[in-house]
Design a protein around this ligand. Structure first.
Ligand SMILES: Cc1cc2nc3c(=O)[nH]c(=O)nc-3n(C[C@H](O)[C@H](O)[C@H](O)COP(=O)(O)OP(=O)(O)OC[C@H]3O[C@@H](n4cnc5c(N)ncnc54)[C@H](O)[C@@H]3O)c2cc1C
Length: 412
């Protein structure tokens, strides 16, 4: 049965979902107040990081956090103006790190990663997207034997989840894969099946173009509220109301505001991240590099280099602090000594994050015709194709490919 579906949000989650619903024969309208890939999906590191199966809230992480917080420009920061507001989220984050809960979350995250990896293969084939992918793998770098040894349990988890990797010991083994690195890096883990897109913004734009070529519609509209009706959902816009059979809410870090208009209270926060994109020729980067102990990465974007990461728990309103991007770039010059830092463009993005690292993918507890698909945190690009397929199954009332219980909005 063809349904009229409105997708809210034209980021990677909304556009990938819209394409999937269109493929299933529905009539799909995407609404976004800013346009295609205007927020987090525009400037991220571009990685399909399928090997990252471990949730962020690992057992013992709260013991490490105070050390990170001491450095105001370090990998994790909380602006004083936001410290009280983030406290309830931090408490839930801590609860998610308890060993039993952590194991449940790990299995759920791994199942979504596995589905997303195969779903991405299907998506790339269906939109003729291979030219937008870089299949060079990823290297995670360590600065000492001790740091490397401490990472081995995580590599063991990856092995248990069927992820291919190679552990490299010694500077020569590392230099064979990536010349020009600082000798401080003594060990590494290489994941060959990691994929990067050439540019995350262009990837979303490409998907949006395919969606439109196939008859899909994308409009600029701010959504103010959602109301369930007898036969669907009423969507309140700035100047009018529209009706839909189904609504899929993919509004990234702003999704909880709209969920609240239905009566759902979801503890979504934003982990703000920063980066600088350097033009072509900045460095001969052969693959995605992760500087494990420093919370940032280097990835190749449009032939240039994007240096960024870090987490700032600073909400949606505080102005960006681009000193963070400066600090990451400065550190990168120590790690990649030949890096040319001229001509960079700085960016800050709002990761939409739930305290247990899993997104919400499921029906609103308050409105049976509203499907939630948001809160993908650090992994929205990675998990986009899998999320879209899961939403497709929900809309068509079919069994989902993985258990959706861990992703339910009712878990909070
Ligand atoms: C520095 C950084 C690096 C990252 N690197 C990676 C990476 O390498 N790999 C990875 O998988 N993930 C990465 N991420 C995370 C990834 O970017 C996000 O998880 C993902 O982009 C979220 O996509 P989204 O579609 O949910 O949200 P968004 O892209 O933010 O889109 C939400 C859209 O909703 C619209 N919207 C919101 N409210 C309304 C409203 N009321 N009315 C109308 N429209 C509305 C917004 O305008 C926006 O366009 C990174 C993030 C950051 C910050």
């Amino acid at each position: 049965m063809t349904m009229q579906v409105v997708v809210i949000g034209a980021g990677i989650i909304g556009i990938t979902t819209a394409l999937e619903l269109q493929r299933r024969g529905h009539s799909v309208l995407v609404l976004d107040r800013e346009g295609i890939a205007a927020q987090a999906s525009a400037g991220n590191a571009g990685a399909f990081a399928f090997s990252e199966v471990e949730p962020l809230a690992t057992p013992g992480i709260m013991k490490k956090a105070p050390k990170w917080l001491l450095d105001p420009l370090g990998p994790l920061s909380i602006p004083p103006a936001y410290a009280l507001k983030i406290a309830p989220w931090m408490y839930r984050f801590w609860r998610a790190s308890r060993p039993g809960r952590y194991t449940e979350l790990l299995h759920a995250q791994a199942s979504l990663m596995d589905l997303s990896s195969t779903a991405l293969t299907r998506l790339i084939a269906s939109v003729d997207g291979e030219a937008m992918m870089q299949r060079d793998g990823q290297m995670q770098l360590y600065e000492s034997e001790a740091e490397f040894r401490a990472s081995l349990p995580t590599w063991e988890l990856r092995r248990q989840h069927g992820i291919d990797f190679e552990l490299l010991e010694g500077r020569e083994a590392i230099a064979e894969r990536q010349p020009g690195l600082s000798p401080r890096f003594t060990h590494a883990g290489f994941t060959p099946n990691w994929i990067n897109t050439v540019d995350p913004k262009k990837w979303v734009e490409h998907l949006a173009q395919v969606f439109q070529n196939r008859g899909g519609r994308i409009e600029h509209q701010e959504i103010r509220a959602l109301t369930p009706t007898d036969c669907g959902v009423r969507i309140t816009l700035a100047d009018r109301e529209v009706e839909a059979d189904k609504v899929v809410l993919c509004a990234g870090a702003w999704s909880h505001h709209l969920a609240r208009t239905l009566g759902d209270h979801i503890p979504l926060e934003t982990e703000r991240g920063y980066n600088t994109t350097l033009p072509e020729g900045a460095f001969d980067l052969r693959m995605h590099l992760t500087f494990s102990g420093h919370g940032f990465v280097a990835s190749r974007i449009n032939g240039g280099v994007r240096i960024g990461g870090a987490v700032e728990l600073g909400g949606l309103e505080l102005p960006p602090n681009f000193k963070r991007a400066d600090t990451l770039l400065q550190k990168a010059t120590q790690f990649l000594p030949g890096l040319n830092t001229e001509g960079g463009t700085q960016w800050m993005g709002f990761r939409p994050s739930l305290p247990d690292s899993l997104p919400v993918i499921g029906t609103s507890p308050q409105a049976r015709d509203v499907i939630y698909a948001f809160g993908h945190g650090h992994l929205g690009l990675t998990q986009s194709a899998g999320t879209a397929e899961l939403v497709g199954a929900l809309i068509d009332d079919q069994p989902a490919a993985i258990s959706l219980n861990p992703f339910s909005a009712a878990r909070f």
